[in-house]
Design a protein around this ligand. Sequence first.
Ligand SMILES: [Zn+2]
Length: 482
Amino acid sequence: MLPILQSGVIRFLSAFLVCSSLAAQLDSGTRQLSHDILKQLIEINTTDSSGDNTAAARAMAKRLLDAGFPAADVTVLVPADRPNKGNVVVRLHGAPGGTLKPILLIGHLDVVEALRADWTTDPFQLVEKDGYFYGRGTQDMKSQDVAMLTTFIRFRKEGYTPPRDLILALTSDEEGGTANGVDWLLRNHRSLIDAEFVLNGDAGGVNTEKGKPIDVEIAATEKLYADFQLTVTNPGGHSSLPVPDNAIYRLADALGRLEHAPFPFELNPVTRAYFEKLSTHETPRNAADMKAMLRTPPDAAAIARLSEDPHYNSLIHTTCVATRLNAGHANNALPQTAQAIVNCRILPGHSPEEVRQDLVRKLADPRVAVRYIDSNTGKTEDVAPGQPGLEPSTPRSDVVRAMERVADVMWPGAPVVVDMETGASDSKYTMAAGMPSFGVGELAVDHDDVRAHGKDERVRVDSFYQCVDFFYRYLKALAPAR
Ligand SMILES: [Zn+2]
């Protein structure tokens, strides 16, 4: 124990010293520029309900043009029928005569809704307080957008010519809405963003505990997103004459059964390798449980203990959870309708229809109708798509090795782990389009301070500047030596 602790302390101290010196290496001009762009971007509301993604895309385009990018290489693209759903694409040209296909970087400009009344600060103002930047999008994902954009601007200013074209697309409607920018660009402007592979700033990340790096993650696969609508209908009646058959009780009972019927434990090549690696760095108890879980047959008690951690739980199970409830029409009437939304995150290899049928079995009441909600159209369907999420493929070694080199300097001692994103991102579109996609949004966030989509979203000030520094170092590290 003791030697491990000691080396942990030394690693921590050296990490601290290296981080401090790294922070100093980000020149003051870049610091100021990235801060200003972050402030500008946070303060442009890009929610689906009242925001304007096109305004954000144009503002970012202006930053690029001001930095000297030729107008021909900066394109704002707006769907004709969706004037608020603009996207911006910029290309930094590689060495002439190069034969390598481009690398595409993607990030979404839109953010989840945020109510001023729920927040301590104004979600659409960048507020610096107690070592944090507060604002909607500071974690998901305007910080990473700014880090990628600032990197392109730095490359341009220093006249850096990468060995191949680098393309950055900042897009609309990842979080919601019906005008997903990546999907739209792939359908309408494929040549503008066609690439050998994709780096997505919206996945991956540096996992920290009280600021201390635990691991540096590359997302090589992700779960599939699916919403289901549960409905119970009933003739209703006067509430002074209750009858045993009540739509609300029926739905509530079915949801109770769902709560206590988790989906089966399952690993895939990416999550298995993830836990194998993590088991060499984790606390002794967790490490022992991970090793027991990886054995054949897996240890059920170990799985149960690990499943108490929401992150581990989500990596080893498809999850379905009730997120909304709506029932009844008057205080003095028996409910004629009771409805719930159940949100599922499906492991690769399984389809939404397979999960819909699992839900029907788990709810165990033929009177509870289970319909799929198409998140693109908002329409409900009796049958869900039968196409399973793509099975993980082997990650590119250049993507992983470059990360290891950069992480060694920026987050020494923290292992690089290739893992599965438990949410879903725009990588589903680029992967489906045949471009291998990797989440490399290395923004350091404490594992117990994940506030993406929540209130008082924030990021450590140091983490933000580190992320700005990271993309610069990483894209250079990815370039093969010439
Ligand atoms: Zn996101």
